[in-house]
Write a protein that binds this ligand. Structure first.
Ligand SMILES: [Zn+2]
Length: 305
């Protein structure tokens, strides 16, 4: 859960991630907030527009149409990789989706198949519409995919979310197929977002282990897991013990205790390393024996190799 970024912080986050942003009209105040709530936000939904031509696509997404007034998203990602900001606040992009999927996004676990349309997605998701015909033949250029990756990484970074907070419209709403087409490899997008965030794609949380023993080599391997291995479990049971210690040390917020050594845990661990006197590459958030032993001594677990 998170309060939506201010429009200014949203813009800064995108620019800081190297996104080429085009501000369209009074985007900061163009929204559907008079029709329903906006926030707390829990994630990001990626769409395709079923349109062609950048100018027309941006105009449609800003204005919408009689049956579905705009804005139809926050940003329009055109084929040239530019991100056109058309609105900010509640936007008509996600519609009604599956509450089980929303719960998975909040918990940052793998989403189940969407089979219900019972939950207002426009309240809880940032939305990006991508220029593509959606016919399964229209190719996604590399520059456009890179912009998607950066936009998602920017917002995940700003909120402390992992890549599991990013979904496709097809993951959210039954009957939707977007985004799809040649060049749109979702596992690759997820891996690239995770890589930008300095983490591997998160896996399924494991139950809390009873034995307070942590293997430094297994933990470091979990923290360094190859981002290309999307969808595979990356948790090592000891991660929960270490996360609990980081929560206890005041370095990790409790809702982030989830059993995978994701972005937030690496960040919290790096803070622990700095507290131990390390800096630079020695405080990269990848556990080493010395810092881990100190954490264990303070928080009741023993360290094995
Ligand atoms: Zn869509």
């Amino acid at each position: 859960m998170a309060t939506p970024l201010s429009a200014r912080s949203f813009l800064d986050a995108l620019r800081d991630e190297g996104v080429t942003v085009v501000e369209v009209g009074d985007w900061e105040h163009h929204n559907r907030n008079h029709k329903g709530p906006w926030g707390p936000v829990h994630g990001i939904v990626v769409h395709h527009t079923v349109t062609t031509g950048s100018t027309a696509t941006v105009a449609i997404c800003r204005t919408g149409h009689a049956a579905l007034p705009g804005p139809l998203c926050h940003g329009v990602i055109t084929k040239d990789g530019r991100v056109h900001l058309v609105g900010y606040g509640r936007a008509n992009h996600a519609g009604l989706g599956d509450d089980d999927v929303l719960r998975a996004v909040i918990a940052e676990t793998s989403p189940p198949a969407d089979n219900e349309a019972n939950t207002d997605g426009n309240r809880v998701f940032y939305g990006f519409e991508c220029e593509n015909l959606g016919d399964g033949a229209d190719r996604w250029p590399a520059a456009q995919v890179e912009a998607i990756v950066r936009v998602c990484a920017a917002l995940c970074r700003a909120h402390g979310w992992s890549v599991r907070s990013v979904i496709r419209h097809l993951d959210w709403q039954p009957g939707k197929v977007d985004p799809r087409g040649p060049g749109m490899d979702w596992a690759d997008v997820q891996a690239k977002v995770a890589k930008r965030l300095g983490a591997k794609p998160p896996g399924t949380p494991l139950p809390l282990p009873q034995a307070p023993k942590v293997s430094v080599s297994q933990l470091a391997a979990a923290a360094r897991k190859d981002p290309k291995a999307a969808g595979t479990p990356v948790s090592y049971a000891g991660t929960r013990t270490v996360e609990a210690a980081l929560v206890d040390a005041g370095l990790l917020s409790k809702p982030l205790l989830d059993g995978h050594f994701g972005t937030a845990t690496v960040k919290a661990y790096a803070a622990w390393q700095r507290r131990c006197g390390y800096s630079g590459a020695a405080a990269d958030g990848i556990p080493g024996k010395s810092s881990l032993s100190k954490l264990g001594a303070a928080h009741g677990f023993t360290v094995t190799s």
